[in-house]
Design a protein around this ligand. Structure first.
Ligand SMILES: *Cc1c(COP(=O)(O)O)cnc(C)c1O
Length: 493
């Protein structure tokens, strides 16, 4: 192309890029179809389905083609237990390169002292964090007392006592129905079994975190680990205050920013709302608002680094080198100036979505949002979360049901719907479109009535959506979705 040639739609950088991506996927699918055509077909169909629906699941997003393509390589074939430059397997020099890059980008992006890129998912990152805190705070001092370098040097009786000590520690986290995660001490979860646990909730009147109540509980319970972070709380958290509470009781503050890492990366959450300067250990997923590959990360203050490094093979299976490579690509993307704009639009769009509901008379837990999600209480529509979720799915609106605080319908049927803006914001939806999304959802819920059980009572699961509403909603969504194509220019023949 000559330098003077005017950029035409077909030779603009975006078009060239889209052409490369199209042919990469076209050819990959042909290779896959040669072995198992049904997998190739399902993969094509998944793209078509994702393109045609309003994705409002607060924990989902759309990673870039560069991130997705990075995952499909021979890095998948390599074992790399250990850490960068210190592996239990030979020939890890290229894995070292990508893992070191992922960690460096993570440290720079979040201003963290230390980053560990190996966790396979958010839950795995939390397991690494728990064991790291136990090793640092309990096992370390114990070994020191016995003058031992590691557990192999302990006598059988001493090892038995250490095991008892490790299994006898306390954790305080946010309850599931207040918006916390299963791994924050929920009884049936391993975190609620390996630790003596207690949970803090939110204020029954306002639905907001009550720091004085958290402090009172921490002072009474004196946990080793104080966990902050959430999956379904529509508000920001003051992590400086949480650190103060942790310090008052001698706890380690662990923040799980799985949901809102993108807002931290994009500097929407700064100062007291940025967990990294305040927490001893921060865990996250990389695939939610951060918009990377499916995976996890641990960030830590230097003193926790040696115990975090023992994640694999003491807690985790061998690292997924192809995913660590994709984390490096995604984190490089998040360090570009445009990511801050994306993060700000996520938050602005959530405000628009919340206002859209409130102006149409719907109830939101906490009365609104100041992060990336809203929690819609559907009981005023006479529905359970399960009925609302199903009726919305019929109309092409993908959400998930979620309990509201003190939910009368329990964790299975629930009374809420959780909606997040990261995915549609990636597609380019803006303020007015999120208002229209709220209008469509209210319309579907108003047109849905609960079914009846065999005994004649109101059902919590079955429902009836008025004729024509699903089609009308799909048509209105399609107009917006067509305006903001997913992976623009990616065409498969
Ligand atoms: C999503 C989430 C997780 C779990 O992430 P996975 O990658 O599914 O293991 C952990 N903690 C919080 C707060 C989450 O929202």
């Amino acid at each position: 192309m000559s330098e003077n040639a005017a950029a035409t739609p077909t030779d603009s950088p975006e078009a060239v890029q889209a052409g490369l991506v199209s042919s990469a996927y076209q050819q990959a699918l042909e290779v896959i179809a040669g072995v198992e055509p049904r997998v190739a077909e399902a993969t094509r169909q998944e793209l078509a389905d994702q393109r045609a629906s309003l994705k409002l699941i607060a924990s989902e997003n759309y990673a870039s083609p560069a991130v997705l393509l990075t995952m499909g390589t021979w890095f998948s074939d390599k074992y790399a237990e250990g850490t960068v430059g210190h592996r239990f397997y030979a020939g890890c020099q290229n894995v070292d390169t990508v893992e070191a890059l992922a960690a460096e980008h993570a440290r720079e992006l979040f201003g963290a002292e230390y980053a560990y890129a190996q966790p396979h998912s958010g839950i795995d990152a939390n397991l690494v964090a728990f064991w790291s805190i136990l090793a640092h705070r309990v096992e370390g001092p114990w070994l020191e007392k016995y003058g031992a370098k590691n557990v192999n040097e302990l006598s059988e009786e001493d090892w038995e006592s250490l095991r008892h000590e490790l299994g006898n520690q306390r954790l305080l986290g946010m309850s599931l129905d207040a918006g916390g995660h299963l791994t924050h001490g929920f009884r049936p979860n391993i975190s609620g079994k390996m630790f003596h646990q207690q949970q803090y909730g939110t204020d029954p009147q306002t639905g907001l975190l009550d720091y004085d109540a958290v402090r009172a509980k921490a002072k009474e319970f004196r946990p080793l680990v104080l966990v902050a972070g959430y999956s379904a709380y529509p508000r920001r958290v003051n992590f400086a205050k949480m650190r103060e509470i942790a310090d008052e009781v001698g706890a380690t503050l662990m923040v799980d920013m799985a949901h809102f890492a993108g807002l931290v990366a994009g500097k929407v959450f700064t100062g007291d709302e940025d967990p990294v300067p305040h927490a001893h250990v921060v865990t996250t997923t990389t695939h939610k608002s951060l918009r990377g590959p499916r995976g996890g990360l641990v960030l830590a203050q230097e003193e926790y680094a040696p115990s975090v490094d023992r994640g694999c093979p003491m807690v985790l299976g061998g690292p997924l080198s192809h995913v660590m490579a994709a984390k490096a690509v995604a984190l490089a993307e998040a360090r570009q100036p445009s990511f801050a704009g994306y993060a700000q639009r996520i938050a602005d769009n959530a405000t628009s979505l919340a206002d859209g509901f409130l102006s149409r008379g719907a109830n939101l837990v906490t009365g609104g949002t100041d992060n990336h999600l809203v929690l819609l209480d559907v009981s005023s529509f006479g529905l359970t979360g399960r009925q609302a979720e199903s009726a919305l799915l019929d109309a092409g609106v993908v959400t998930n049901r979620n309990s509201v605080p003190a939910d009368p319908n329990g964790a299975w049927y629930t009374s809420g719907i959780r909606l997040g803006t990261p995915a549609l914001t990636t597609r380019g939806f803006g303020h007015d479109e999120f208002d229209q999304v709220a209008a469509l959802i209210v319309d579907v819920l108003k047109s849905t009535t609960p079914g009846t059980t065999k005994a004649g009572g109101p059902s919590k699961a079955s429902y009836r959506l008025e004729d024509g509403v699903a089609d009308k909603t799909r048509a209105a969504s399609a107009e917006m979705l067509d305006k903001h194509p997913l992976y623009p220019g990616l065409e498969l023949v």
